[in-house]
Write a protein that binds this ligand. Structure first.
Ligand SMILES: CC(C)(COP(=O)(O)OP(=O)(O)OC[C@H]1O[C@@H](n2cnc3c(N)ncnc32)[C@H](O)[C@@H]1OP(=O)(O)O)[C@@H](O)C(=O)NCCC(=O)NCCS
Length: 220
């Protein structure tokens, strides 16, 4: 399967909420998503889609300027026109002054472990750069080792703790933050990570859709 990312729209909310329900215990309302999507100066949401054929090129502004996502169609070649491919993951980032705050990121359970979380995080980093963020930060459950590993890989380091941050079970949040994301050191790290991710996604392109897949591509 080919995986690609693009900006989320209001038409995507239902599919995003299905992944959210499978991933988190506290959920956002459709109205919250709508509100977020209507504030693009400070709030960016993206979705990852799966396609059995090479994905169509992106047309949004950020993609044309820079970034991993814009390269995916070039990597795999362009063979199809735009279709409504199923959403397999999503994520969001807010801008607060000069700080990009990753608000959410999740991949549909059947699609985890295929590089899609990384693909999404890379796109969120690009979106944060596009909004002129200097650093990135986020909160993650202290028990969520998988997500923490992903963030550590991308240079996030623990910088604090919010006690009993999660209202469902009173769990603490670990605060994780990056070094300045425009620094030559971070840009070089990103370049190397993206090179490896490209290779992984190329391999994924030859793999079939996961078993137990209830997300059928909507391709006529
Ligand atoms: C966290 C999440 C988004 C990762 O997405 P994913 O597509 O499965 O992750 P990827 O395949 O892109 O893996 C990227 C990195 O994540 C980490 N990771 C992924 N799966 C892991 C696992 N089972 N154990 C440990 N680390 C893991 C690794 O660092 C991995 O890099 P590597 O392959 O070089 O080891 C996904 O597990 C998810 O949706 N979890 C539920 C929602 C959630 O917890 N979101 C985070 C809220 S803060």
């Amino acid at each position: 399967m080919y995986y690609f990312v693009e900006r989320m729209t209001e038409d995507d909310i239902e599919q995003v909420q299905a992944i959210e329900r499978a991933s988190f215990s506290t959920l956002w309302s459709a109205n919250t998503y709508r509100h977020e999507l209507r504030s693009p100066a400070t709030s960016r949401y993206v979705v990852a889609r799966a396609s059995p054929t090479p994905p169509p090129p992106r047309t949004d502004r950020t993609a044309s300027r820079r970034g991993l996502a814009s390269l995916i169609p070039m990597l795999f070649g362009r063979q199809t026109s735009t279709h409504d491919f199923p959403i397999v993951g999503y994520g969001g980032v807010w801008l607060s002054v000069d700080e990009g705050h990753i608000t959410t990121i999740a991949v549909a359970p059947a699609y985890r472990g295929r590089g899609i979380g990384e693909l999404l995080l890379n796109e969120l980093i690009d979106q944060a750069l596009d909004m002129h963020a200097d650093v990135l930060t986020l909160e993650v459950r202290v028990s969520n080792i998988v997500a923490q590993q992903l963030y550590l890989k991308y240079g996030f380091r623990p910088t604090g703790r919010r006690l009993r941050y999660y209202t469902d079970n009173g769990e603490d949040a670990l605060i994780m933050s990056t070094e300045p994301i425009r620094s030559p050191a971070y840009q070089e790290k990103l370049r190397q990570l993206r090179e490896r991710l490209f290779a992984r996604l190329r391999e994924e392109a030859n793999e079939p859709a996961p078993l137990h897949n209830n997300l059928q591509p909507r391709i006529e």
